[in-house]
Design a binder for this molecule. Structure first.
Ligand code: PMP
Length: 353
């Protein structure tokens, strides 16, 4: 017996590398937005009275929950705000998956889901995607303690329409179904309208990608008020003050600048589609993307070799050494100039082989 026997042993999630961005380094490995947040956020930074820091923040981030509720046509009691969607999803796992049956999610999806399940000792089962990396709803028709679907999925970038998600939510009225819409703003079809019909549906969103807030840490969940109340009960059993006053104020400013938001998204979608075409001409196949990244495989050159080469050229992309996807690269969409350099670098590499 040792003092360490009582220490919780976990295998943590491994986030993408965060190199210091200096000189010509291009960071396309963690799906951040290459553009800054709305100028309205800058104004909010300057307007925030320093004295606010003296006081504890609003425990439910009410100003932001209210702004998001108005934005999405919901009631504030239907919104839960957290420190990035990782915080929101972790709280969802702890709150909604307290049963004995396994929670189901795809074998290839956001690799944090298994980590939370392990941490909270939630039984779980990974359901294989089909050979085209699509979800097969019939495979979920078994006893379960909940379901988690990232839509669009990550790292595959593939989105499914609302009808498809509705089928799953409808099939499992006795389970909470979480739909992680981290990448929905880049062309996916949201399942938000389903909240009117289904009390077992939870939709999770993040400000990290489409709102350029990865460093500010804001995420949220939307659901029936009974589920949001349950989330708050768990949150208030751990830490009442998760959202700092700056994140709340900046978040509100971001939500209030719709034209800027739409403009940035359109720019990234345009760059994405152009990049997919250029990659195809270099012998890559990209899965059909509805996200701010491409999932690409090359016809002859192994993904790991390309990943390593790009790094020597100061271009960071993501490579997952995992079953079924270890010949793919996940490439975040950057600015047009960044993508030009990526394409030039890849062309140079492929020509010299
Ligand atoms: N869900 C998915 C599918 C993601 O890819 C990410 C980003 N790694 C997150 C949630 C978490 O993002 P954040 O905590 O920055 O909101």
């Amino acid at each position: 017996m040792s003092y360490f026997d009582n220490v919780r042993q976990v295998t943590p999630y491994v986030p993408g590398e965060q190199p210091v961005v200096t000189g010509d380094l291009i960071k396309l490995n963690t799906n951040e937005n290459p553009y800054p947040p709305s100028p309205k956020v800058k104004d909010a930074v300057e307007a925030l009275p320093i004295d606010e820091m003296r006081l504890y923040p609003n425990t439910t981030a009410a100003p932001l929950a209210e702004a998001l509720a108005a934005y999405h046509g919901l009631r504030p009691e239907q919104v839960f705000v957290g420190v990035g969607s990782d915080d929101v999803l972790a709280t969802c796992f702890l709150t909604f998956f307290a049963g004995k049956d396994p929670v189901l999610f795809p074998d290839i999806t956001y690799y944090f889901y298994d980590v939370w399940a392990e941490l909270y000792r939630i039984p779980y089962e990974r359901i294989p995607l089909d050979e085209n990396f699509r979800i097969v709803p019939d495979d979920y028709r078994k006893k379960n303690g909940g379901i988690v679907i990232a839509n669009p999925n990550a790292p595959t970038s593939i989105g499914e329409p609302m009808d498809f998600i509705e089928g799953i939510v409808k099939d499992h009225p006795d389970s909470v179904v979480i739909v992680d819409e981290a990448y929905i703003d880049y062309g996916g079809e949201t399942s938000l309208p389903l909240l009117q019909k289904y009390k077992n549906l939870v939709i999770v969103r993040t400000f990290s990608k489409s709102r350029s807030f990865a460093g500010m840490r804001v995420g949220y969940a939307m659901a029936d008020s009974k589920l949001i109340e349950a989330l708050n009960s768990v949150k208030f059993s751990i830490n009442s003050y998760t959202m700092n006053c700056t994140a709340i104020a900046y978040g509100v400013a971001s939500v209030q600048d719709e034209p800027y938001f739409r403009e940035m998204i359109a720019k990234i979608v345009k760059t994405r589609d152009k990049t997919a075409e250029r990659l195809a001409s270099l012998g890559f196949t990209c899965l059909p993307s509805q996200a701010n990244f491409l999932f690409a495989t090359h016809e002859t050159v192994p993904a790991q070799e390309i990943f390593t080469y790009l790094k020597t050229k100061n271009i960071y992309v993501r490579f997952f050494n995992k079953p079924r996807i270890d010949n793919y690269l996940r490439i975040t969409i950057g600015t047009d100039e960044q993508m030009d350099r990526l394409i030039e670098t890849l062309s140079g590499m492929l020509e010299n082989r």
